[in-house]
Design a binder for this molecule. Structure first.
Ligand code: SF4
Length: 75
């Protein structure tokens, strides 16, 4: 099952947890707000199986639920 991901940047509180848990998947702007590096936070490129494992760690530990996931691409 493919997995697509993006960060709801309005809900991100810049805690840094996702980048610590999955450094290859998340980056930050100058204010510390996260985004998914894979597809410039558009949620249009599927994660590889290895990326999905790291992603799920970050997804479950984001304190605000800002990390979103779908089995189909985001619009
Ligand atoms: S874990 Fe959630 S709140 Fe923290 S930086 Fe990542 S997206 Fe933002």
């Amino acid at each position: 099952m493919p997995l697509y991901a993006k960060v709801d940047r309005a809900a991100c509180i810049a805690c840094g947890r996702c980048q610590m848990l999955a450094p290859e998947l998340f980056t930050y702007d100058t204010e510390g707000i996260a985004s998914v590096t894979l597809d410039a936070n558009t949620g249009t490129q599927p994660l590889t199986p290895a990326q999905a494992i790291d992603f799920k760690l970050a997804y479950t530990r984001c304190p605000t639920g800002a990390i979103e996931r779908r089995e189909t691409p985001f619009d």
